[in-house]
Design a protein around this ligand. Structure first.
Ligand SMILES: [Zn+2]
Length: 165
């Protein structure tokens, strides 16, 4: 298996395989320094682009720094993420042909007033990279009390990827 990074139709750069991949294979590990959620929110307070992946209960995040951070989101992905012993693996959920872009569902949470619009182009695209659960949470939060983008406490939280639970 050989992965390469090149320009992608989904978003900026993406990760592609140059060889076929079988179903159920570990394609890449989401590696990077481990930060507390609090520290990550502070470090990336003013960045619009982050590569954070939340572990377990969401208190620790991986600050992505290699190949896997370039893998784009899709609502109809060919991979999924799994957490094993505090490590995040991107695993194929179907056969992937040579030349295909590697994708998984980011299942984003947090992110304050960032809309995280999805451009994956899948027929089943839900229009956002937030997880279905987070979409519901954001809808009901918006009804109760709109988040003030200048003073709102949540405005500091950076959107973070998560494994499907
Ligand atoms: Zn989509």
């Amino acid at each position: 298996m050989t992965l390469i990074i090149r320009s992608s139709l989904i978003h900026a750069a993406g990760c592609y395989t140059t060889t076929p991949i079988r179903k159920g294979v570990r394609v890449a590990e989401y590696t990077g320094p481990r930060l507390s959620k609090k520290q990550a929110d502070k470090d990336y307070e003013n960045s619009s682009i982050t590569y954070l992946f939340g572990l377990g209960n969401g208190k620790i995040v991986i600050d992505g720094h290699s190949m896997a951070m370039f893998i784009n989101h899709s609502c109809d992905p060919n991979c999924e993420t799994t957490e094993e012993n505090d490590r995040i693996w991107i695993k194929s959920i179907r056969k992937i042909a040579a030349g295909e872009e590697i994708t998984y569902d980011y299942c984003l949470y947090d992110g304050a007033d960032d809309e995280a619009i999805c451009n994956c182009g899948a027929k089943t695209c839900r229009g956002t990279m937030y997880s279905p659960k987070e979409v519901r949470r954001r809808k009901s939060a918006a009804k109760k009390k709109p988040i003030n983008s200048k003073t709102g406490k949540r405005a500091k939280a950076k959107k973070t990827r998560s494994a499907k639970r």
